[in-house]
Design a protein around this ligand. Structure first.
Ligand SMILES: Cc1cc2nc3c(=O)[nH]c(=O)nc-3n(C[C@H](O)[C@H](O)[C@H](O)COP(=O)(O)OP(=O)(O)OC[C@H]3O[C@@H](n4cnc5c(N)ncnc54)[C@H](O)[C@@H]3O)c2cc1C
Length: 412
């Protein structure tokens, strides 16, 4: 019987330690930072000071870099095990940062681990794993659809030992504070296939020619997503990451596990929303009974419970496929779409059950809702995932006379 959903006692112990750390250390600090403990919210140095103290405690507690191998100071976990740590960590939105497994640094660490030369890894990956630097990943452009990276216009041309880069990027998370960027540019004008036009470069920041225009104000505030104009930025050829024309491949490689890591964190948020929904329904009385006793409310609770269950199974199965080095693209795609949409539905239902309180900022729900919305179009928009899922399903049927291969290829 090969299917086993239990963890070893060591991993159960780890899960307990992460949960306790979040409850005893991170949650009280979160309340302090956000002023939910009765004090004023913390800003600037005070805020970062509290977070850095938490990082030191996490490192001392051995909860650090859950996504990295031990030789890089990480916990050496597989993706199934990582799902457990990420889900616990995301019970506070500071959790992933405290454990140094937050986007976009987490995805960039994976990318550097796989693609960097030993010199690049020493210079860029090492300080990132030590929590000494920040990084960003610069791909999306305002002028062309981010969903189709073959359209990228930011251009790099060779000039002796150097490359000269001009272009325009936006929504570059972390760029404001990053020590370096992984920048995707078009280098090939007539590639054999459209997916071979782009190349990645590592850019030390700040750099002459890398101009931050603004940090974009979003529906959840101004939160460090920058617009960048790149003018005659020069980089040495040694700064190329991966081979020439491999930028698309590198982006896809990065996005696979990074998408799933988002799902692991979203499950945690969805669970928090459902916990709050049930708690409220057990305490709110209307028209002769508690909300929890009303069928309309029970349907919302039941739908949310079923969706979280499906989300967890999908995440675990996709993670299992990554761990076994099997092709995981179809499963990650379906999981990302399903979990992102479930998250939005479940938070929305929780707000509904809370009424005006849910709409206020007295609970975290409003904040969670604003953050959740981007999940449906970033890292692959819903419709693009659906397009790929449909293509794979039709191809499976055409090849084999059954769609089974495209529905998780499970033994049932
Ligand atoms: C909070 C946040 C953080 C981000 N961080 C980063 C970052 O660090 N680095 C970075 O490079 N980018 C980042 N992005 C950008 C993000 O990756 C893009 O928004 C995403 O790739 C979609 O690109 P787009 O916005 O250009 O939308 P478009 O590609 O223009 O798509 C818009 C809509 O068109 C529809 N659509 C597109 N293609 C198809 C299709 N083939 N079939 C049917 N419908 C389609 C979909 O409904 C889609 O939502 C971030 C975005 C946000 C909101």
């Amino acid at each position: 019987m090969a299917i086993d959903f239990s963890f070893s006692p060591e991993l159960e112990d780890l899960r307990g330690r992460v949960r306790t750390f979040i409850a005893d250390e991170v949650k009280p600090a979160e309340a302090r930072i956000e002023g939910h403990d009765g004090g004023e919210p913390l800003e600037g140095r005070d805020r970062i000071g509290v977070l850095i103290e938490l990082r030191k405690k996490a490192l001392a507690a051995g909860i650090w870099l859950p996504h990295m191998p031990e030789e890089w100071g990480g916990m050496g976990l597989g993706h199934v095990e990582l799902a457990m740590v990420q889900a616990e960590a995301a019970k506070s939105h500071y959790g992933p940062w405290v454990f140094n497994c937050q986007a976009p640094d987490e995805g960039n660490m994976h990318t550097l681990l796989h693609w960097a030369t030993p010199e690049q890894a020493e210079k860029y990956l090492k300080p990132l794993t030590e929590g000494k630097t920040w990084s960003c990943f610069a791909m999306t452009e305002p002028e062309v659809a981010g969903s189709d990276p073959t359209l990228i216009r930011t251009n790099a041309y060779e000039d002796g030992d150097e490359w000269v880069i001009n272009g325009h990027k936006w929504f570059i998370s972390n760029a404001h504070r990053a020590s370096f960027a992984i920048l995707i540019c078009r280098t090939e004008e007539n590639p054999d296939i459209p997916q071979a036009a782009n190349t990645a470069f590592i850019i030390d920041l700040p750099a002459e020619g890398w101009n931050e225009v603004r940090q974009i104000e979003t529906m959840h505030g101004g939160t460090g997503h920058s617009e960048i104009v790149i003018e005659d930025l020069r980089v040495h050829g040694d700064q190329m990451l991966g081979g020439r024309g491999q930028g698309h491949l590198l982006g896809q490689y990065r996005l696979g596990p990074a998408r799933l890591a988002h799902c692991m964190r979203w499950i945690s948020q969805a669970e928090t929303a459902l916990d709050m929904m049930v708690e409220r329904s057990l305490n709110r009385f209307s028209h002769g009974s508690l909300l929890a006793e009303k069928q309309g409310i029970q349907w919302m609770i039941a739908d949310s419970a079923m969706e979280i269950y499906q989300s967890k199974l999908m995440v675990l199965h996709a993670a299992y496929k990554i761990d076994r080095q099997e092709d995981f693209k179809a499963e990650v795609s379906m999981t990302k779409h399903f979990v992102a949409n479930s998250l939005n539905r479940i938070i929305d239902r929780s707000i509904q059950v809370h009424g005006a309180l849910g709409y206020s900022t007295d609970t975290p729900l409003a904040h969670m809702y604003q953050h959740a919305r981007w999940a449906r179009f970033a890292d692959g928009a819903d419709e693009v995932h659906q397009m790929r899922i449909a293509q794979r399903t039709i191809a499976a049927y055409t090849d084999e006379g059954t769609t089974r291969r495209a529905t998780g290829d499970l033994p049932v």
